[in-house]
Design a binder for this molecule. Structure first.
Ligand SMILES: Cc1cc2nc3c(=O)[nH]c(=O)nc-3n(C[C@H](O)[C@H](O)[C@H](O)COP(=O)(O)OP(=O)(O)OC[C@H]3O[C@@H](n4cnc5c(N)ncnc54)[C@H](O)[C@@H]3O)c2cc1C
Length: 413
C-alpha cells in the first residue's frame, strides 16, 4: 500500500487532518487501532470557539449549556453564570468522533480500522508505517494523531518521559430528559468544583440531552510532592456522595460504570521531525487549567494538513520545512497554552480566593471564566485580568471588616 500521507489515529485531530488533505486531492490513509464507533474518555464539553472555527460540527452537537455554577474549594463561595447565549456545547465522543471520520471519508480519505501502528521506518525517499499485523504502508509523510501514548511521537523521538499528565475518573450515565430539566434546568447548568475534596484539579458535572457526564481530574504537576498520594477512585466516590448531599444529582447515580482517563498537560518541546508531524494529545495540546483538548486537536490537525500540502507541493518533507508547523500552532494557540501552563500550579494552591473575588465582580468573573474555559484568548486579555484581579483584591482589602460571603453556598442549589 502507498499513500501520500498516513494519519495515525482517528480522533478529532486525525479526522480533521485527513478531511483537509482529502479535500485538497491528497491521497490520504486514516488508521485507527480501534473499531468505530468507539468510546473515548471525555467530558464532551466544547467551548463555542470550536464551532466558530469548524462550523460543520454544528450538526453533531447534542445539547447546549447556557450557564455554569463554580464552587470554591472549601465550598464557601459559588459563582453562578446564566446567559442567553451558549457557554458550552456538548457532544457524545462515540458519535462525534465517528461523524468526523465519516466526513473525512466523504471527502476522499481512506479509513482503515483495527489497524494498530507499532513502528515507523524512515528512508531517504519514503517513510514506512508498520502495523501489528506485519503489514507495511509507504507514505511521504506520517501525521501522529494517536493520543497521549503516541507511538508516532515515540518512534520519532519526540516524546518526553515521564510525561506530565492529568489523571481522571469519569462516567456518562443515561438520565431521563425531564429529570435533567429538573436538576439542571433547560439551560443545562454545568457544575464545576474547584479543587474538590483537596485534589489538585477539579470536578465537573456536565448535563447533556439525556445523559449526565461526571468526572474529576488531578493535574500531576500541581500536586504537592510532600502530600500523601490520593486514591483518585476513592475521591471520585466521595465526590458523588457530595453531589448527592447537595442535591445536585439524583440519588440513583452510582459509580459502577466509572472509568479512568489520562490527559497530557504540556506541549512537547518539538512536534516535527523528518517526514513526521504530531498533533492533538500526541503533541500535548491541552488546556493545562481545564483539560480541554478537542479544539487544539482539531486546530493542530488542520494546521498540520496545511503545512503538509505545501510540503508536498515543494517536494520537501524535511524536518527544516516541516518546522513551520510548530511556528504556526505557536502563533495560533501556543502563547495561550504557555501562559495557562504558568498557572497550572495554582491547582495545588488555595483557590478559595479566586472564586470569592469572581463572585464579587462580574467583569473579573467574565474574563477569568472566559480565558480558563477557552472562550477568549488569555494572551490578549492577560493585562486586563491582572489589573482587575488587583482592583478587586484592593477593594476587598479595604472592605475587609464588613466581609461576609456574598454568595454563601446553600445546601439547596
Ligand atoms: C476524562 C477526560 C475528560 C475530557 N474532557 C474534555 C472535554 O470536556 N472537552 C475537551 O475539549 N476535551 C476533553 N478531554 C480531552 C480530549 O478528550 C482530548 O484532548 C482529545 O480527545 C484529543 O484528541 P486527539 O484526536 O488528539 O486524540 P484521541 O481522541 O485520543 O484519539 C486518538 C486515536 O488514536 C488511536 N490510536 C492510538 N494509538 C494508536 C496506534 N498505535 N495505532 C493506531 N491508532 C492508534 C486511538 O484508538 C484513538 O482513536 C478530556 C479527556 C479526558 C481523559
Amino acid at each position: 500500500m502507498k499513500y501520500d500521507v498516513v494519519v495515525v489515529g482517528a480522533g478529532p485531530a486525525g479526522s480533521t487532518a485527513a478531511k483537509y488533505l482529502a479535500e485538497h486531492q491528497v491521497s490520504v490513509l486514516l488508521l485507527d487501532k480501534q473499531s468505530f464507533p468507539r468510546e473515548k474518555p471525555c467530558g464532551g464539553g466544547l467551548p463555542t470557539r470550536v464551532i466558530e472555527r469548524f462550523p460543520y460540527i454544528n450538526k453533531f452537537i447534542e445539547s447546549i449549556s447556557c450557564g455554569s455554577i463554580t464552587y470554591s474549594s472549601k465550598l464557601n463561595y459559588k459563582l453562578t453564570i446564566e446567559r442567553d447565549r451558549p457557554l458550552l456545547a456538548m457532544v457524545q465522543r462515540k458519535t462525534f468522533d465517528h461523524e468526523l471520520v465519516k466526513l473525512a471519508v466523504e471527502k476522499g480519505a481512506v479509513f482503515l480500522e483495527n489497524k494498530q501502528v507499532v513502528d515507523l521506518k524512515r528512508e531517504t525517499d519514503k517513510i514506512t508505517v508498520i502495523l501489528q499485523t506485519g503489514e507495511m504502508i509507504d507514505a511521504q509523510i506520517v501525521v501522529g494523531c494517536d493520543g497521549i501514548r503516541s507511538v508516532v511521537a515515540e518512534k520519532a523521538q519526540l516524546s518526553e518521559k515521564p510525561r506530565k499528565t492529568c489523571v481522571c475518573i469519569y462516567q456518562e450515565t443515561p438520565l431521563d430528559e425531564k429529570r435533567l430539566d429538573r436538576f439542571f434546568t433547560k439551560k443545562r447548568m454545568v457544575h464545576i468544583f474547584i479543587k474538590t475534596l483537596g485534589i489538585a484539579g477539579y470536578g465537573w458535572v456536565f448535563p447533556k440531552k439525556n445523559t449526565l457526564n461526571i468526572g474529576i481530574g488531578e493535574f500531576e504537576p500541581a500536586v504537592n510532592p510532600s502530600k500523601a498520594k490520593v486514591n483518585i477512585k476513592e475521591v471520585y466516590e466521595q465526590f458523588i456522595i457530595l453531589l448527592k448531599e447537595k442535591k445536585i444529582i439524583p440519588e440513583e447515580i452510582s459509580t459502577d460504570n466509572c472509568k479512568g482517563g489520562l490527559l497530557p498537560v504540556f506541549p512537547l518541546e518539538k512536534t516535527y521531525a523528518d517526514r513526521i508531524l504530531v498533533c492533538g494529545d500526541a503533541a500535548g495540546f491541552v488546556n493545562p487549567i481545564t483539560g480541554e483538548g478537542i479544539y487544539y486537536a482539531m486546530a493542530s490537525g488542520e494546521i498540520a494538513a496545511q503545512v503538509i500540502l505545501t510540503a508536498l507541493h515543494h517536494t520537501d518533507t524535511s524536518e527544516r520545512f516541516l518546522s513551520r508547523y510548530q511556528k504556526l500552532w505557536k502563533r495560533e494557540f501556543g502563547k495561550d497554552l504557555a501562559l495557562l501552563g504558568r498557572f497550572n500550579n495554582q491547582w495545588g494552591e488555595d483557590t478559595e480566593k479566586i472564586v470569592r473575588l469572581m463572585s464579587k465582580n462580574k467583569t473579573f468573573a467574565k474574563f477569568t471564566v472566559g480565558v480558563t474555559g477557552g472562550q477568549i484568548s488569555f494572551s490578549r486579555y492577560k493585562y486586563l485580568i491582572i489589573i482587575l484581579y488587583f482592583c478587586v483584591s484592593i477593594k476587598e482589602f479595604f472592605q475587609k471588616k464588613a466581609i461576609t460571603p456574598i454568595v454563601p453556598l446553600s445546601n439547596n442549589t
